[in-house]
Design a protein around this ligand. Structure first.
Ligand code: NAG
Ligand code: NAG
Ligand code: NAG
Ligand code: NAG
Ligand code: NAG
Ligand code: NAG
Ligand code: NAG
Length: 567
């Protein structure tokens, strides 16, 4: 049944000949939605990530007396395999709601040949610009591979790696010359991710096969230079496309949006509406799924509540990334419900980030509430593993409804008796919620209405699907009680309020007499000033491609200041 688009057919694809075959094929079996199952890969780095990896940690005694911890297999990422081009070249890509472009690695990436691809690439961590060269960062894996952990010292650029060639082949590369249907756009592509990694290449179009689906004329970039070992399937808003908000766009006149992957599904009638549902499944599950064009009611419990996206970026008339208002945060611990804050804070929902980042004083409040203490030696909140109460939950109020997220999901195990709390402080009053949170939530992204619908995820669910196609509004979703009570301006985090007895209107007002807390002295030793912008690739506006080698040696805070200045 599969029809390959020849070069000629592709030229004629204005007639939608290739696409319509795929569509017809689809309509036989499915009704206007696409379920993309993905594998959850875990590893210390992208290149050693495997499906069945178990967290391992090692403790070594160092000469200078403290313990050096190495923790592996804690990076998780969500991947799908694509068949690209007429010769069906297989490439594995990371599914990312935090960016909007699809790019894959070209077979001509000199970083592979020269053996210089470093083993990392995931926006899990933060740079530590203030780190002195003599500082040792045992948690460099949180940001980078061990080879790149030293970038913040300013002494290193791209580190040659003996396994680089393997790294490139592990997730597949694409040889444009081997695909008769590939068409170059002859325009340059450049993306800079929050972890400092980049991809540079050329735009083009070709056929993409995914999960039994064949789609012709999909725009994607082929990276001929990248220090990332895995490509990315960005499924975010078109406004976040690098052609619109990337660093190569130097004037509003040059900015344009194109039909990215979700929009192509709609263009071809494969889905009715540019909307999808993300189910990451339980944290130890090996699979999850993204359901384009539909919602699966079997994957959540309770009610699906809708809240609006908010726009926190200046220079954009509407939201270009998945930011929502967190209206309150609390803990269910020691058999008590405790509200930490009801200050409204922007929260970015980003499947391309592993951990969670909070304003530092809020991170401190969470840590105290769960019994973790700041280790100035390691720079993280830590606690005795045996003290972890598996019934403790972090409770998020998104507007009169609560999502509970087990503390266990945020714990980074070591082989020792000390555990790390994967809640990291960042400067600024915003939050990034990565996979640790997203595992607890069923999230429907409505890219046309600029809304998010959230419910408590039915983790580990093995029941049969109960799928409803999204044609206009999200089926069964109701407006959150405090839908309109959105973030409008940055406020310092105040304690008080009550998220546990939510009644419309009242939960959104901070009780009078609240006190503003300041960050603990523990966190002040460790500036994390780059984190706020670390997952916003459009913030790389000021960074030109030629800077790529300079990046690693630059003090990141300086870079970010430059960027901020531009915004
Ligand atoms: C491919 O899609 C673009 C829109 O994204 C359209 O302008 C172009 O004509 C299409 N090309 C072919 C060969 O169908
Ligand atoms: C790509 O993967 C599919 C399914 O996993 C397989 O059938 C196909 O042969 C692979 N293609 C190549 C070129 O290896
Ligand atoms: C990669 O492609 C870009 C844009 O097309 C080009 O400027 C650059 O020279 C290419 N680099 C290599 C190593 O081929
Ligand atoms: C590729 O070229 C087509 C036709 O010029 C254009 O419409 C489309 O937006 C381009 N795609 C990208 C990603 O630049
Ligand atoms: C979720 O995980 C369970 C087991 O942990 C598995 O049986 C189920 O198939 C997974 N669901 C999806 C949609 O991947
Ligand atoms: C905490 O709040 C939840 C509602 O979110 C409620 O079901 C539970 O009974 C409360 N627990 C206590 C100890 O008050
Ligand atoms: C729960 O108990 C632990 C240990 O006594 C304490 O450190 C923590 O602050 C308590 N948390 C809350 C929310 O009461």
């Amino acid at each position: 049944m599969k029809v390959k688009c020849t070069g000629l057919l592709t030229l004629l694809a204005g007639l939608a000949s290739c696409a319509s075959v795929t569509k017809a094929e689809l309509e036989d079996s499915r009704a206007n939605y696409v379920k993309l199952g993905f594998d959850k890969l875990k590893g210390n780095t992208f290149s050693d990530a495997t499906k069945h990896a178990k967290p391992i940690a090692k403790l070594h005694k160092r000469d200078d007396g403290y313990e050096e911890m190495t923790i592996v297999n804690q990076q998780s990422f969500y991947s799908v395999e694509l068949g690209v081009g007429s010769s069906d070249q297989n490439v594995t890509v990371l599914v990312d709601t935090g960016s909007s472009d699809l790019w894959i690695m070209g077979s001509n990436n000199p970083y592979c040949k020269a053996g210089t691809v470093s083993n990392n690439k995931r926006r899990v961590g933060i740079r530590h610009p203030e780190k002195r060269a003599e500082d040792f960062d045992p948690f460099s894996w949180l940001t980078f591979s061990s080879s790149e952990g030293s970038t913040a010292t300013g002494t290193q650029t791209i580190v040659p790696s003996a396994s680089a060639t393997l790294t490139c082949s592990q997730y597949g590369t694409f040889a444009t010359s081997s695909s008769s249907s590939f068409q170059s756009n002859d325009t340059e592509f450049y993306i800079q991710y929050g972890d400092g990694t980049f991809a540079l290449g050329t735009w083009g179009t070709d056929t993409i096969k995914v999960d039994g689906l064949e789609i012709s004329n999909v725009s994607f970039a082929v990276a001929n230079e990248t220090d990332s070992s895995v490509g990315v399937l960005g499924i975010g808003l078109p406004g976040l496309e690098t052609t619109n908000s990337g660093s190569l766009v130097t004037s509003a006149r040059d900015a344009y949006e194109y039909e990215n992957f979700p929009l192509v599904l709609k263009r071809d009638g494969i889905i009715n509406r540019n909307a999808y549902s993300l189910f990451l499944n339980s944290s130890d599950a090996q699979t999850g799924s993204v359901l384009f064009g539909a919602v699966d009611h079997s994957k959540y419990t309770g009610t699906l509540y809708t809240i609006p996206l908010i726009n926190t970026l200046s220079g954009y008339s509407e939201p270009i990334q998945f930011e929502v208002t967190l209206q309150g945060l609390g803990l269910q611990a020691n058999d008590t419900n405790t509200t930490l804050t009801t200050t409204k804070i922007p929260a970015l929902l980003d499947s391309g980030t592993t951990l969670a980042y909070f304003p530092s004083n809020l991170a401190t409040m969470i840590a105290r509430g769960v019994g973790a203490t700041y280790s100035s030696l390691y720079g993280y909140y830590m606690m005795s593993c045996s003290d972890i109460d598996t019934s403790t939950e972090i409770i998020y109020d998104f507007g009169g409804f609560l999502i509970a997220s087990p503390l266990e999901n945020y714990i980074i195990q070591t082989s020792g008796s000390t555990c790390i709390l994967g809640i990291l402080p960042q400067s600024g009053n915003s939050i990034i919620l990565g996979d640790t949170f997203l595992t607890s939530a069923y999230v429907v992204y409505d890219l046309e209405n600029l809304e998010i619908s959230l419910a408590q995820a039915n983790v580990g669910s093995t029941g049969s699907d109960n799928i409803d196609v999204i044609s206009s509004s999200v089926p069964s979703a109701v407006k959150a009680p405090a839908y309109s009570s959105t973030w409008s301006t940055s406020a310092s985090i105040a304690t008080g309020g009550n998220i546990f007895t939510v009644t419309v209107g009242s939960s959104q007002n901070n009780s009078s007499g609240t006190t503003t807390t300041s960050g603990s002295s523990g966190t002040t030793t460790r500036s994390t000033s780059t984190t706020t912008s670390s997952t916003r690739q459009n913030l790389a506006i000021a960074i030109q491609p030629s800077w790529q080698f300079v990046w690693t040696g630059l003090c990141m805070s300086t870079v970010v200041s430059i960027i901020s200045w531009f915004l």
